[in-house]
Design a protein around this ligand. Structure first.
Ligand code: NDP
Length: 285
């Protein structure tokens, strides 16, 4: 048996076309062009690539991109000042602060400075609270993309056993919460989990968000399970791989996402979606 591939690239393309259409309609009906501000502090090359890709994606969707590149020496106070300016900027409906920030800046303070109404990444505690309550406003982009991929299979989630590996605030915890709200029975695994392979073997849905290449092996996966690979890892030879041993696990799983071309493209599409939804809320439609 070979798993069906959940093609994130194709799904993201369809989504981005619909977003572009939605942007055009909003401009026509309400005269509002959605705007996304991206703030990048320092010169981390990977972060610079992410921000550039997000900017290009905005332009293609008709969203107004505003980019703020600040030196690594930027103080926390001046970053907070910039974010407050963006909070008050009528042209901006989503603000993203590219992580990680330099170590002298307190990430928590910065994320809390972003207005919850423009929190395109969904990291503000107010939005985390809404998510936990099951009434989200901004859903973090990667978890939102994961749910879209699962839904694209047409498989019901309710009643399924789901195992999320990883408990970060940006991926593991929100994914687990979204699956719970869709009535899955959810277990979250982390570095202290005992018999992790045994726990994962019980899962109908596995979401791997660890950051360790080929961590999820074939023997850990129940035949027919759905395996969503969030991980992005660069091997010494430059190859990009996920957290799942794709070539072997696909012989066992029912559905699987590739890396690259899986969750990654969905994350950007969901950022655009969150910005459009924010602009729609502003317009009252
Ligand atoms: P973090 O490093 O914040 O969290 C990793 C999690 O994995 C932690 O909860 C950690 O456990 C757990 N973990 C680490 N080692 C083990 C282990 N041996 N056994 C069990 N659990 C383990 O990572 P992120 O959540 O930010 O990202 C995870 C991966 O997803 C990364 O590869 C990242 O690049 C990728 N990513 C991809 C995105 C996309 O768009 N496709 C977006 C965001 C992230 P503990 O808490 O106990 O330390």
């Amino acid at each position: 048996m070979s798993a069906l591939i959940i093609d994130g690239k194709a799904l993201a393309l369809t989504l981005r076309e619909a977003i572009a259409q939605g942007v055009q309609e909003l401009v026509k009906t309400a005269g509002i062009k959605p705007g996304l501000a991206a703030v990048l502090v320092g010169d981390d090359p990977a972060s610079a690539v992410y921000v550039r890709n997000k900017k290009l994606a905005c332009e293609k969707a008709g969203i107004f991109p505003q980019e703020h590149r600040l030196p690594a020496s930027t103080t926390q106070e001046s970053l907070v000042t910039l974010i407050h300016q963006l909070n008050g900027d009528e042209r901006i409906h989503g603000i993203l602060v590219q992580l990680p920030l330099p170590s002298h800046i307190d990430t928590k303070i910065i994320l809390q400075a972003v207005s919850p109404d423009k929190d395109a990444d969904g990291f503000h505690p107010v939005n985390v609270g809404h998510l936990v309550e099951g009434d989200p406003i901004f859903v973090p982009c990667t978890p939102k993309g994961v749910m879209h991929m699962i839904d694209s299979t047409g498989e019901p989630i309710a009643g399924k056993r789901a195992v999320v590996i990883g408990r970060s605030n940006i991926v593991g915890k929100p994914v687990a919460m979204l699956l719970l709200h869709r009535h899955a029975t959810v277990t979250i695994c982390h570095s202290r989990t005992q018999d992790l392979p045994g726990v994962v073997r019980e899962a109908d849905i596995v979401v791997a968000a660890i950051g360790k290449p080929h961590f999820v092996t074939k023997d850990m996966v129940k035949p027919g399970a759905m395996v969503i690979d969030v991980g992005i890892n660069r091997l010494p030879d430059g190859q990009l791989v996920g957290d799942v041993d794709f070539d072997r696990v696909k012989e066992q799983a029912g559905w699987i996402t590739p890396v690259p071309g899986g969750v990654g493209p969905m994350t950007i599409a969901m950022l655009l979606q969150n910005t459009l939804e924010s602009a729609r809320r502003k317009a009252g439609c």
